[in-house]
Design a protein around this ligand. Structure first.
Ligand SMILES: Nc1ncnc2c1ncn2[C@@H]1O[C@H](COP(=O)(O)OP(=O)(O)OP(=O)(O)O)[C@@H](O)[C@H]1O
Ligand SMILES: [Mg+2]
Length: 287
């Protein structure tokens, strides 16, 4: 499934003194099966944009495109879109409501009208996908899990819809480094093995640099940059101007690259930097 927007503008509370133009003429294209990162400073419109992609918000002007066709207002069409585009909100565990992990994850499949046997299979399948199947969690309260487990249960509850596209709003917020690594390896697996299209909102370019096919950067409601991680993250000065912090090692390598040193820009780990610098000094390692 291909998703996109064309000249999308969205104004909160139009016609009032509080009117805020959160998106201004944004055009994006999310290819089927691709891994995408959406970056931008706080208030740049990231959450507003992703809520358009599953029909929760309607454009003030411009269009949302689903497989190249403009999304209409038809209720059945919107419901179909919401089944195919799973959205994991910021801090999703704050929206838990069920008494058990099972019921929390079963909510969406039950709503789809599946019978209890099929619902059980879906819950089991979703827990397996996020790596929680062997932990005997199904009867426990979702409120009494660790924050990393809560995040995975929230993701499982969206996966239970078996969506084609998975959109996550800052899914690593509040997780420790181990939790972040686990989550990124899960997202990478879902993208590569399950062929899920992934769009992730993040404030950490280094987390997505190695995974993403496309990086989109919003600034003040406009699409400021779009391209591969290399294309986007080598523009250190522009990113800084937009208020996005790159890791120190990336800034250093971008600076060396800009000064004409034969090293690549957009380097995110010390290990990559070490190899690039060794190559520069003729120590013959592959970059
Ligand atoms: N419900 C709302 N009512 C009015 N204005 C809103 C509402 N939600 C967001 N806005 C405004 O729209 C703009 C974009 O907000 P949005 O939440 O999309 O930003 P964001 O990029 O997701 O930020 P963050 O990184 O802090 O989550 C901001 O100026 C914000 O104040
Ligand atoms: Mg947000």
């Amino acid at each position: 499934m291909r998703l996109g927007t064309e000249n999308l503008t969205y104004i909160y509370m139009p016609g009032t003194p509080f009117a805020t133009a959160a998106l201004k003429g944004v055009t994006i294209d999310i290819e089927p099966g691709s891994f995408n990162a959406l970056l931008g400073p706080s208030g740049s419109g990231k959450s507003t944009l992703i809520q358009h992609l599953n029909g929760l918000l309607k454009p003030t002007s411009g269009r949302v495109l689903v497989d190249g066709r403009p999304l209409g207002n038809d209720r059945a069409e919107l419901l179909a879109l919401r089944r195919q585009v799973g959205l994991v909100f910021q801090m999703p565990e704050q929206q838990f409501f069920a008494e058990s992990v099972f019921d929390e994850i079963a909510f969406a499949p039950r709503n789809l009208g599946l019978n209890e046997e099929q619902v059980k299979e879906r819950v089991q399948w979703s827990l397996e996908l996020v790596g929680l199947e062997g932990k005997n969690l199904q009867k426990r309260s979702p409120f009494h899990l660790s924050s990393g487990q809560k995040r995975l249960v929230a993701i499982a509850s969206v996966l239970a819809l078996q969506p084609k596209v998975l959109i996550l709003d800052e899914p690593t917020a509040g997780l420790d480094p181990g939790g972040r690594r686990h989550l990124f390896s899960l997202l990478s697996r879902l993208n590569r093995r399950e062929k899920l299209t992934v769009l992730i909102v993040t404030h950490h370019p280094e987390d997505v640099a190695a995974l993403a096919d496309q990086c989109l950067v919003l600034s003040g409601g406009r699409l400021a940059l779009a391209g591969t991680p290399e294309e986007v993250f080598s523009q250190g000065e522009e990113l800084q101007r937009l208020g996005l912090a790159l890791p120190p090692v990336t800034c250093l390598m971008n600076e060396l690259n800009a000064q004409g040193a034969p090293v690549p820009g957009a380097v995110f780990s010390l290990e990559q930097a070490r190899r690039a610098i060794n190559n520069w000094f003729g120590r013959g390692e592959e970059p």
